[in-house]
Design a protein around this ligand. Structure first.
Ligand SMILES: NC(=O)NCCC[C@H](N)C(=O)O
Length: 428
């Protein structure tokens, strides 16, 4: 059904019809046409208190309600003309070919820290017993030790090391589809994530973009690859305009990765002329660039007040020297407002989370009040719980809000932008 939706999208939009142009994101706010989500699954039910810190969760969401909230989010998008695709469906469709499926299972097991050869063999057999969709869901959910009982002769190693309940950890962060890859122009950064738990997520994107019928022959440029040894996460990537890309140097993204993306964009004659590297504090409250500021309109951004600056930004521009491409890097200490004004060519309004109130600001920023998803200029999806920020957005700045419930989804520390990866936006 999701493939049917994707085909429909391609047919509806003449620009997207050409195979080489299945992706198009040249701004943060252009009318959203196609988006990738993941509906929270059994991976959430496999969370236990001991796993939370390592798996980057702050609490255990109640899956039933998390799904209801997520379905509400997806419906808001559909009702506003957005085609919603699901990661889990595309991943299952991408492994239709038996050779691809075999390779995929083997790579998944290699990257899942499975302890022994006998367990790897049992797991391979177990995985092969599922239909493609059930296989993907199962991989995402994690494999409990007792599930392999019928597939596995217990070795001495397994008897000694059988206390940890999982053979493969659950992947609870998958519903934050913003992070494992990022659409930039008509290409993607296929990310190498900071932590092992999240880096495993990028396998699904790899197989989708390399093997899914809708993408594999589309000659999609990769501005970054998951095989890189430096880290890059999609929440740090903001497409400010069709010529300017912003990337955070953050808790999750290395300066070296920003430079690699910049070089590839410039070398491959993309339209991007400037890459701005925002150096933000390395802490959980700041996590990614989109945790502290997101674009809601041509001239409006929601922000965490601690990001106003002055902050250090490295402006990278392209120079064709005698010996080929050169990147000019200029360090600037500027206020956020002035940086954005300089690069967007207009006065900018920064809308503070919690209306600048110290307590409301800290509370609402923690619950992703600054993490809005624009579906059109001046029209954003926001969490209901951030009522102070929402009131300012709507009443003082005239922003059209689509408010979604947020009790359970917010426990994973991500908002509407984190929970979505745009594949196609109309150009402004
Ligand atoms: N772009 C984002 O800020 N994504 C939110 C990711 C939350 C997730 N629990 C994480 O720590 O990676």
């Amino acid at each position: 059904m999701e493939t049917a939706l994707l085909k429909k999208t391609l047919n509806e939009s003449p620009a997207a019809y050409a195979v080489h142009n299945v992706l198009n994101v040249t701004s943060e706010i252009g009318q959203l046409k196609t988006v990738l989500l993941h509906r929270p699954g059994q991976e959430i039910e496999n969370l236990t208190p001991e796993l939370l810190e390592r798996l980057l969760f702050d609490d255990i969401p109640y899956l039933k309600v998390a799904r209801e909230e997520h379905d509400y989010f997806a419906n808001v998008l559909r009702e506003n003309g957005v085609k919603v695709l699901y990661l889990e469906t595309l991943a299952a469709e991408a492994i239709k070919d038996q050779g691809v499926k075999t390779q995929f299972i083997s790579q998944f097991i290699d990257e899942a820290s499975v302890e022994s050869e006998s367990l790897k063999e049992a797991l391979t057999e177990y995985f092969n017993s599922f239909s493609n969709q059930d296989l993907i869901n199962k991989m995402m959910a994690g494999i409990r030790r007792e599930e392999l009982r019928d597939f596995h002769r217990i070795s001495l190693y397994d008897q000694v090391n059988n206390l940890y309940p999982f053979i493969c950890d659950p992947m609870p962060n998958l519903y934050f589809t913003r992070d494992p890859f990022a659409t930039v122009g008509n290409g993607i950064t296929m990310n190498h994530m900071r932590t092992q738990t999240r880096n495993r997520e990028t396998i699904f994107a790899k197989y989708i973009f390399k093997n899914h019928l809708q993408f594999k022959d589309a000659q999609i440029p990769f501005w970054f690859d998951r095989e890189e040894d430096t880290s890059l996460e999609g929440g740090d990537v903001l497409v400010l305009s069709d010529t300017t890309l912003a990337i955070g140097i953050s808790q999750r993204t290395d300066a070296a990765s920003v430079e690699k993306v910049c070089r590839r964009l410039f070398q491959n004659n993309s339209k991007f002329e400037t890459v701005l590297a925002f150096h933000i504090p390395s802490s959980r409250a700041f996590m990614h660039l989109d945790t502290v500021f997101t674009m809601v309109d041509y001239d409006k951004f929601t922000i965490h007040s601690e990001i106003e600056g002055p902050l250090t930004v490295y402006e990278m521009t392209k120079h064709n020297g005698k010996n080929g491409l050169k990147i000019k890097i200029e360090k600037q200490d500027m206020k956020l407002e002035d940086i954005l004004k300089k690069h967007l060519g207009r006065d900018i309004a920064l809308i503070r989370c919690g209306n600048g109130d110290k307590i409301a600001g800290a509370r609402e920023q923690w619950n992703d009040g600054a993490n809005t998803l624009a579906i059109a200029p001046g029209e954003v999806v926001v969490y209901s719980r951030n009522h102070v920020t929402n009131k300012v957005l709507s009443e003082e700045y005239g922003v059209k809000l689509h408010i979604i419930p947020s009790s359970e989804l917010s426990r994973g520390r991500g908002g509407p932008r984190c929970m979505s990866m745009p594949l196609y936006r109309e150009n402004l």
